[in-house]
Design a protein around this ligand. Structure first.
Ligand SMILES: [Zn+2]
Ligand SMILES: [Zn+2]
Length: 139
């Protein structure tokens, strides 16, 4: 089975992700802009049981999200990199920061959400399904 390691900026915090991501998604929301310091976040959602801490220890930060469900973010206490997060809305999946794999061959996202907050100059490849907000499926 494929295993990938996501590593924080300083290298102390490492996360082993087994198998292939169930979904890869980019998010342009303002929370992701502020969280990453970049213009968007790219998340690989792995089955939660396939995501395990391989080195270091993480601190966490929990906040509500636009879906009405909280998200818990885990980050390196030394360098502050946010490596992965657990959305209450998707209790079977963990989002992992794709940049933390530092792998230019990582598969591209299939969707982009919160495009209404996307920076005006940023064009996406047509293969990425763009949603103005997050198409939350409510039960
Ligand atoms: Zn670190
Ligand atoms: Zn976002």
């Amino acid at each position: 089975m494929t295993a990938r390691v996501a590593t924080c900026h300083c290298g102390l915090l490492q996360l082993r992700c087994s198998g292939d991501p169930a979904k890869i998604s980019m998010c342009h929301c303002r929370d992701c802009q502020r969280r990453t310091g970049s213009l968007f976040s790219v998340a690989a959602f792995f089955p939660r049981e396939g995501v395990a801490l391989a080195a270091g220890s993480a601190q966490s930060f929990r906040r509500p999200s636009a879906s009405g469900h909280d998200v818990t973010f885990h980050f390196c206490a030394d360098c502050g990199s946010n490596l992965w997060w657990e959305p209450d809305r998707m209790p079977h999946l963990s989002g992992v920061a794709v940049g933390a794999f530092a792998d230019p061959n990582f598969p591209m996202p299939e969707q982009a959400v919160w495009c209404e907050d996307r920076h005006a100059w940023l064009d996406l490849p047509p293969a990425i399904a763009a949603h103005a907000r997050n198409p939350v499926k409510r039960a």
